[in-house]
Design a protein around this ligand. Structure first.
Ligand SMILES: NC(=O)c1ccc[n+]([C@@H]2O[C@H](COP(=O)([O-])OP(=O)(O)OC[C@H]3O[C@@H](n4cnc5c(N)ncnc54)[C@H](OP(=O)(O)O)[C@@H]3O)[C@@H](O)[C@H]2O)c1
Length: 218
């Protein structure tokens, strides 16, 4: 599968490195061809990967999955630059945050993911990766024996299966969080993660996990 990550910042490069370890093709899309290529070279040098870089429109053209690793308020501009997304899956890792990162700008009767879905029409959107700090990617997808959980939410089963497979391929544990409207819960969960990481001083090598006991036999 061909995956394009739009955004060459912390999440774009982190996710690129993680997905480059899979059998999938990865392209990083920047504002310009040079920005995309420079970021891809940086990821390749740091991880030994062989990903490509390009401008957004070129990067999106051959992609089956498009990950929007940009600030939520940049999504409109990025979608305009991306062009025709029909036939592709959009993955939304954004958190709609205030400038100081301490509050959400969207919620709780809507979400960034639902607003992105409204902008792309029939193209399916899956919320995913928004509760994982970028610095987790550098250290790897496991805390000891335990894989970091990646919550995902969306409305189409087949599309969600594709995203769950990507998450698993990158070494994380996919956790189905229900329909896309449940992004209303995943975005506040990320906000709590940010509070733990920064305001409450735990740092960024943390991640939320949903624990479960095996069912007790009757
Ligand atoms: N950092 C985290 O730990 C983390 C965790 C989970 C989710 N997220 C979410 O992931 C998204 C990206 O976060 P980040 O930390 O990677 O941010 P970042 O390091 O600031 O990177 C943002 C990227 O978006 C690009 N960008 C911004 N506006 C653009 C535009 N109009 N057109 C094209 N590209 C544009 C930037 O390009 P320029 O450099 O050229 O401006 C940069 O490459 C955000 O929505 C954030 O809430 C972040």
């Amino acid at each position: 599968m061909n995956i394009t990550i739009i955004g060459t910042g912390h999440i774009g490069q982190g996710l690129a490195g993680a997905l480059a370890r899979t059998r999938h093709g990865v392209v990083l899309g920047g504002r310009t061809p040079r920005q995309g290529q420079a970021a891809a070279e940086g990821v390749n040098q740091a991880t030994g990967a062989l990903i490509q870089g390009a401008d957004i429109a070129t990067a999106v053209r051959s992609a089956e999955v498009v990950i929007l690793a940009v600030p939520f308020d940049a999504v409109d501009a990025v979608l305009a630059a991306a062009g025709d997304l029909r036939g592709k899956i959009v993955v939304d890792p954004t958190n709609p945050l205030t400038a100081d990162y301490m509050s959400l700008t969207v919620g709780f009767d809507t979400s960034a993911a639902e607003q992105i879905q409204a902008r792309v029409g029939e193209v399916p959107v899956v919320k995913a990766f928004n509760t994982v700090f970028a610095s987790i990617y550098a250290e790897g997808p496991r805390f000891g024996e335990m894989p970091v959980q990646v919550f995902y939410a969306g409305d189409q089963t087949r599309v969600k299966e594709v995203v769950a497979e990507l998450i698993r391929d990158a070494g994380f544990e996919p956790v189905d969080a229900g329909p896309l409207t449940h992004a209303r819960y995943l975005e506040p969960l990320a906000a709590l993660n940010i509070q733990f990481g920064y305001a409450l001083g735990r740092g960024t090598q943390i991640a939320p996990a949903w624990l479960a006991r095996p069912p007790v036999a009757a």
